[in-house]
Write a protein that binds this ligand. Structure first.
Ligand code: GLU
Length: 307
């Protein structure tokens, strides 16, 4: 069997929070427990929201907690040429889209909420003349045409997932009108380039996975195994917010050792019974996915000790 290659791929739009660290922890433990390799990728495609110092801070913080990885971290902002090449491979499936965000929202069915829009296909069949005329006043985004196709996969924690791309999202963006690369494209290209075999990440990204699998198929990339982990909540069952300064890493490391922090996270995800200090090698040794619940988990109350 091939060696497991796991990875952690944070978007450094701010300081790392415990939710990110939990994701890194589970991805790391799973890869290392299988004797596999572990990689770090800084997802700074949107370099204005994710400036370089933020990425550097993430790397520093992960090191402070004892994490290690097997290659130099990959920075997405430096990989234009690679994404460009993938775009060329997809050429026959792409078309320019001139819709504005406001137009898209206006055409959206009201029951979908604002988290995911289904693209109505407005620009799908523009003639070459129309494209030329519209390009004079607006630079287009690039969309990938999706067929009426069901994509199925089995998530390592969430179980079987089936989605019809056409109904769930419609044709999706692979390059934005401002030139930034679409997240789906970059993730798939980078995971394949690094030989990633196991993707462990937050359950909030589960809904993007069928699109990524479809891209893998078109680009003839192997599809990795996916494990979408539950969201980490505070001890009172609330979502962790970036503004919650008491749970920021700098604050926490003034009150706890890295091993104590790992203990809180490992306990939240049911890997150990009590929130006691524990080392990464100990956690690697005893790691077992079957203990990790599917639904949201909460930090132990001890995390607020010493405030
Ligand atoms: N960069 C994404 C995030 O921080 C994660 C992407 C992934 O793991 O595929 O939410």
């Amino acid at each position: 069997m091939n060696e497991t290659v796991g990875r952690f791929a944070p978007s450094p739009s701010g300081p790392v929070h415990l939710g990110n660290i939990a994701c890194c922890l589970l991805a790391y433990l799973s890869a290392r427990h299988q004797g596999g390799r572990f990689l770090l990728r800084i997802e700074d495609l949107d370099y204005r929201r994710c400036p370089v110092p933020n990425g550097e801070a993430v790397i520093r913080d992960l090191r402070r907690l004892g994490f290690d990885w097997d290659e130099e971290p990959l920075w997405q902002s430096r990989r234009n040429a690679v994404y460009q090449k993938a775009l060329e491979k997809l050429r026959d499936h792409l078309y320019p889209c001139f819709c504005t965000r406001a137009e898209l929202l206006a055409s959206q069915a009201p029951n979908l909420g604002d988290t995911q829009t289904v693209y109505p296909g407005t620009c799908r069949n523009l003639s070459p003349e129309e494209i030329k005329a519209r390009s004079l006043t607006r630079s287009p985004a690039t969309r990938l045409r999706v067929p009426d196709l069901e994509i199925s996969f089995t998530d390592g924690l969430q179980g079987p997932v089936t989605e019809n791309l056409h109904e769930a999202c419609g044709d999706f963006i692979v390059r934005r009108s401002d030139g930034l690369w679409g997240y789906q494209l970059a993730v798939v290209v980078d995971d394949a380039a690094s030989g990633v075999t196991e993707v462990v990440r937050g359950r909030d990204i589960l809904s993007a996975t069928p699109r990524q699998i479809y891209l893998c198929r078109l680009l003839r990339f192997p599809v990795p195994r996916y494990v979408h982990i539950p969201l980490l909540l505070d001890p009172y069952g609330r979502r962790l917010a970036k503004r919650d300064r008491d749970l920021g890493l700098d604050q926490l490391l003034t009150r706890f050792t890295p091993e104590q922090l790992l203990g809180f996270l490992a306990c939240a995800y049911h890997l150990i019974e009590k929130p006691e200090a524990v080392s990464l090698p100990e956690l690697v040794e005893q790691f077992d996915w079957s203990r990790v619940p599917r639904g949201d988990v909460s930090l132990p109350e001890g995390i607020f000790e010493g405030l």
